[in-house]
Design a protein around this ligand. Structure first.
Ligand code: ATP
Length: 274
């Protein structure tokens, strides 16, 4: 019997094509064999760890994964499971909350630029500069005349980063309204998860449709050849992790990192070392 894994793949958002963000798109279409999925994910995580060693040693490029998604969409879970495969020495994680008063006095990319991973590192953003066209837009924190030009600013910024050796991949973790309801409810009912529940989660849930519009426009405006967006069906955590691990393996393999050759002078000096 087919395990359903062949159909599990992410394709970049094509600008100009309408992005599906309904409940259906939060799950994969066909059946997937759970055991096969688990085994395949383990294999991908092992491969990620191998690739990272060469990527770190090579040091000519950086990798940045941008994670966006509604509350409880699984951003932390991806970081824990997928980035957990890497050697922490080579990993840089940055999370973005509401800007501080100092950050508010700078341009919106100021705080972001400072935490872009340097070459040799694999980085991940838990939320990102995209909040400045999402939360800011939906919660009315700035007028359209301020947030709309940001699509172009972001595309230029990401272009500059890629020209400097940063490989960018962006994933929107897409959960359905029902799935989010279940996860927020668990945060209310489980004492070990209470701390994650915030009033803002309820406010943002009430703005579901406005966020859908904002996400859709963000995906359409900012999926570029140099920094593509992927919509990840994220209702099923195992599927979500597999898809992102797969994307990162493909990305790192394409980057073709190589272990640097030993310098001739070092080799000569080490001759006779035993
Ligand atoms: P979870 O998804 O698990 O609920 P979270 O990502 O919401 O966790 P929190 O620290 O609880 O993590 O929330 C971060 C909050 O900061 C979000 O509500 C987000 O919208 C907000 N935020 C981030 N960047 C900005 C920004 N530039 N302007 C306004 N709000 C922002």
């Amino acid at each position: 019997m087919a395990d359903g894994l062949a159909a599990l793949t992410l394709t970049p958002v094509v600008p100009g094509e309408k992005v599906k963000l309904g409940a259906k798109a939060a799950s994969v279409a066909g059946p997937v064999d759970k055991l096969a999925l688990e085994a395949a994910t383990d294999g991908l995580l092992t491969r990620l760890s191998e690739l990272q060693q060469a990527f770190h040693a090579d040091g000519r490029q950086a990798l940045l994964l941008v994670l966006q998604g509604r509350d409880a969409s699984g951003k932390d879970g991806v970081i824990k499971t997928v980035y957990g495969a890497f050697n922490p020495t080579g990993v840089q994680v940055a999370a973005f909350g509401p800007p501080t008063s100092l950050e508010q006095r700078h341009d919106f990319l100021w705080r972001v630029h400072q935490v872009v991973p340097p070459r040799g590192m694999v980085g991940v953003f838990n939320r990102s500069h995209y909040e400045d066209v999402l939360a800011v837009r939906v919660r009315g924190l700035a007028p359209e005349s301020v947030w709309r030009p940001r699509y172009a600013h972001i595309n230029d910024f990401e272009r500059m980063l890629t020209d400097s050796g940063v490989i960018i991949r962006k994933c929107m973790l897409h959960v359905s309204r029902d799935e989010q309801h279940g996860r927020l409810k668990a945060r209310l009912e489980d004492a070990t998860k209470n701390w994650k529940f915030r009033l803002e989660d309820l406010e943002d849930r009430a703005r579901w449709d406005a966020y859908t519009d904002a996400y859709r426009e963000m995906l359409e405006q900012c999926s570029t050849p140099w920094a593509p967006w992927f919509v990840v069906p994220a209702n099923d955590k195992a599927v979500r992790n597999y898809l992102i691990a797969r994307l990162l393996v493909d990305t790192l393999e394409e980057a073709a990192p190589a272990f640097p050759l030993m310098d001739d002078a070092v080799r000569a000096a080490a001759k006779g070392f035993a």
